[in-house]
Design a protein around this ligand. Structure first.
Ligand code: AGP
Length: 600
């Protein structure tokens, strides 16, 4: 994980590096650091915690006599969170930062007596190893090549070696891009940030060793020319406006981003679907893949495909798929879902299925991501940048993408009539106003429920059929931002074990839309209530009086299968948000998490 920045030849190295690191904080906020450097000296400042601590600590440092800076914000993988394990790792000749994991660091550490045996960070081991190579080889380029050949894993390194005044960028797996104008260079692990600096960009590729020396950029090992291309420019998403948190802002942005995503799909993206997409759907099977919230979107996608098409469809966690055998003789279409387009588990699973010659689609919110560069076909979601670590608007846009895709495939394969297709597209078009109303009407209720949650020891979420993945998502939201113990279950599974968890100190949120499983879902809620568990029922059916015990009923708008996941997601996002607010947690940057998980 972690975020990396590098800047060469700018007027305000320190402040720009800190400004970029603040934008990269979504990649981790355990510790941070910068190294300012020139041909004469290297100066390093590090601190534990958020970038604001680093900013305070480096306040009095003057940067005028330096020619460049590298910086890092860390999400700890190897080695505890402390100042020593913060990047950059530096001495008087070398400074470096890394994003990723060096898998063979233990072997390297054991092999060389020059590397201390008590250090735990894979990057620190790499630092000592590279220093050793620099001493051994007269030529620093040679040292870098040997270094890159020896280390194994997914990583991006940015390195400055004072001895020859050279700057190096190494990439294998983790993203890193460079923007350039005249003498000045900006390097960053999030290419979208670079659009604020120069309008040209170069995305490094796996295996690249790039060298910048006296403002000239070149490949160290390939005889290729580096060509910068036009950069996409982004609006500034790092402004909370009147909202207290990005998460709340992003919850409220859902009507507008769903509207623009749906309008792009119907007026542009899915027009002439058969000509554009038929070749992808002529195989035996569809597998939907994602991690975390994106995995829950995949699960919803499975229900959509199951309902609107006759395709064989299943869902996989990216981190598991990568290590499974895949039938080479079957024609499988894999659909990868990722907000960031950078999640390492998903990216690796994508590379794996590509290697096996299977077809792939990537649904992503990031138009400048590694997955876009790997994908056979990309379906963008237009949620705009999501800053809060807990995914909200990106999730509902993923659902919208999958709903449209399943409807298009159903219509193409004639498993649904034109009329059913039109009715459902109509429902998706009306969704933004329905959601806007729901956010407004449910906010006071969410505040009340959040106080009830404060009295419970654990909170469970149950749902069946298409409401089941939403129960999982509701539970994930609650635990990630409030740290309350929570689980999501399919309602029918409670009696097979989880019901043992129920007592008077638990709250179970039951999602009960009006569908074929309505009666059974009511019984599942009843079974919990009969064991003294408190329950909160979300349902569009008005008469729930036959359930006894301590219950609270929230009236939901009438739903159809296509809009059920959206409608039931909104209250759960609001409940989590207001409960976390009540608990006083760090909502936009919850402990131990990062927005973009670029390690396996
Ligand atoms: C979302 O609330 C989570 N923080 C997390 O589960 C996330 O969805 C997951 O890491 C996948 O990210 P991606 O969509 O960027 O691939």
């Amino acid at each position: 994980m972690c975020g990396i920045v590098g800047i060469l030849n700018s007027q305000s190295l320190k402040s720009e590096a800190i400004e970029i690191l603040k934008k990269l904080e979504y990649r981790g906020y355990d510790s941070a650091g910068i190294s300012l450097f020139s041909e004469q000296k290297i100066k390093t400042i590090k601190s534990v915690g958020k970038i604001s601590n680093l900013e305070k600590k480096s306040k009095n440092i003057k940067d005028k006599s330096f020619s460049g800076v590298i910086g890092h914000t860390r999400w700890a993988t190897h080695g505890v969170v402390n100042r020593n394990n913060a990047h950059p790792f530096a001495n008087e000749n070398l400074t470096l930062v890394c994003n990723g994991i060096i898998e063979n660091y233990g072997q390297i550490q054991n092999r060389y007596k020059e590397i201390p045996k008590n250090i735990k960070s894979d990057t620190e081991v790499s630092f000592y190893y590279l220093s050793y190579l620099i001493d051994k080889y007269k030529d620093s380029d040679e040292a870098i090549k040997v270094f890159q050949k020896t280390i194994r894993g997914n990583f991006a390194f940015v390195i400055f070696i004072k001895r020859n005044n050279c700057f190096y960028i190494l990439k294998n797996g983790s993203p890193i891009s460079i923007s350039n104008k005249n003498q000045s260079f900006y390097i960053c692990s999030d290419s979208s940030i670079l659009s604020n600096y120069h309008d040209t960009i170069f995305h490094c590729e796996d295996g690249d060793i790039i060298k910048i020396y006296e403002s000239k950029i070149s490949y160290l090992q390939k005889k290729l020319k580096i060509t910068f291309q036009k950069n996409i420019s982004y609006q500034n998403p790092y402004d909370k406006g009147d909202y207290q948190h990005f998460m709340l802002k992003e919850i409220h942005e859902q009507p507008s981003v769903l509207k623009s995503t749906q309008s792009k799909y119907t007026s542009e993206y899915f027009v002439d679907f058969e000509t554009k997409f038929r070749h992808l759907f002529d195989g035996d099977k569809i597998v939907l893949v994602g991690c975390g919230t994106a995995y829950h979107a995949s699960m919803v996608g499975e229900y959509y495909f199951n309902h609107f098409t006759n395709k064989e469809v299943s869902t996989e966690l990216a981190s598991e798929l990568r290590y499974k055998k895949i039938n080479k003789n079957k024609q499988i279409l894999f659909i990868f879902i990722s907000q960031s387009g950078e999640t390492m588990d998903t990216l690796m699973a994508l590379k794996y299925v590509k290697k096996m010659n299977h077809k792939s689609i990537v649904i992503t919110n990031s138009l400048e991501s590694s997955m876009i560069r790997e994908a056979e076909v990309t379906i963008p979601t237009y949620a705009q940048k999501e800053v809060g670590v807990a995914s909200t608007k990106a999730f509902t846009c993923q659902l919208l993408s999958l709903a449209n895709l399943a409807l298009e495939v159903g219509r193409m394969e004639k498993t649904i009539s034109n009329q059913i297709y039109k009715t459902n597209i109509g429902l998706l078009t009306k969704l933004p106003s329905k959601i806007e109303k729901l956010i407004k009407e449910f906010t006071p209720g969410a505040k009340i429920i959040s106080k009830k949650l404060a009295q419970a020891n654990a909170c469970y979420f149950i749902g069946r059929n298409i409401a089941y993945p939403i129960a999982l998502e509701g539970s994930l939201k609650l635990k990630e931002i409030s740290y309350m113990h929570s689980e999501g279950f399919p309602g029918g599974e409670m009696k097979h074990g989880p019901i043992a968890l129920i007592d008077k100190d638990t709250i179970t949120v039951c999602l009960i839309p009006k569908n074929d499983l309505f009666e059974k879902s009511v019984s599942n809620a009843q079974e919990i209530s009969a064991r003294n568990g408190k329950i909160i029922i979300l349902s569009s059916v008005r008469n729930m009086s036959k359930i006894n015990g301590e219950i609270k009923v929230i009236n939901m708008p009438k739903e159809n299968i296509i809009d059920t996941p959206f409608i039931y997601t909104i209250p759960l996002q609001l409940i989590s948000y207001y409960f976390a607010l009540y608990e006083g947690t760090d909502i936009d940057q919850p402990r131990n998490l990062a927005k973009s998980v670029t390690v396996e």
